[in-house]
Design a binder for this molecule. Structure first.
Ligand code: CA
Length: 236
């Protein structure tokens, strides 16, 4: 697999070099830009897999760059990790409202940066895989990922978008114990006001919608103290 390309947009040379160094250590191909104009040119030419974007830049701000990228079809889903200088909540919310996938407050540890980058890339990859497969069919359960249609024994099941996303992640990772944190990360990734309880509430609703007897679930099993497991055999 060719190395993933990451563009670092940061006007402070020391921070830019630090980020560049640690990402290069992880064998990413790292591109650098010191302002928004150069960043936009590089993004068009090099099509990076992810952008590490400083919020406070001379000229176009990180927020404006984010907005421009999100408004164009070819960069609408380009993963963005925002760097902010202030620890204030406002900055954090700002980063997410603008459409960044995640944010880091300066000063950050390089290890944390690398971990965030990996998590975002993993989510992006999963999205692509999910888009690649158009449907799931097992026993009475049929899911169309393109039309969001779920059928059980030819009867339509109504789910909310989050319940659908949760079901999709479960069926794409069958027979594996998935922790609440993993589910939060993959289904709710980047969203702020969610807790492990959110997962439980959605699992309960999903069971009600798809299980024969939601008090004795057979498909989505609880793994006590850990999380949940989708039992593919039970569906067959
Ligand atoms: Ca800056």
């Amino acid at each position: 697999m060719p190395a993933k390309k990451i563009l670092v947009v940061e006007d402070e040379p020391d921070i830019r070099k630090l980020v560049q160094y640690h990402l290069a250590q992880e064998r990413y191909k790292v591109l650098e830009a010191e302002d928004g104009e150069n960043a936009l040119k590089l993004i068009q030419r090099e099509q990076p897999n992810l952008v590490v974007l400083d919020l406070m830049l001379p000229g176009l701000s990180g927020q404006e760059i984010c907005r421009i990228l999100r408004s164009k079809p070819d960069t609408a889903t380009l993963p963005i990790l925002m760097l902010t200088a202030k620890a204030g909540e406002a900055d954090k919310v700002l980063g997410l409202e603008t459409g960044a996938d995640d944010y880091l407050t300066k000063p950050f540890s390089p290890r944390e940066l690398v971990a965030r980058v990996k998590a975002i890339l993993r989510r992006a990859e999963l999205r692509t895989t999910a888009e690649g497969k158009e449907s799931y069919h097992n026993g009475p359960l049929r899911i169309d990922f393109a039309t969001y249609e779920v059928l059980i024994a030819d009867k339509t099941v109504r789910l909310t978008l989050k319940e659908f996303d949760l079901l999709r992640f479960l069926v794409q990772n069958p027979n594996r114990v998935l922790t609440r944190d993993q589910l939060l990360d993959r289904v709710w990734g980047g969203e702020t006001f969610v807790t492990p309880r959110t997962v439980d509430v959605h699992v309960r609703r999903l069971r009600k919608a798809i299980e024969k007897d939601d008090r004795k679930p057979k498909w989505i099993l609880t793994v006590r103290g850990v999380g949940y497991k989708f039992d593919e055999k039970a569906v067959e």
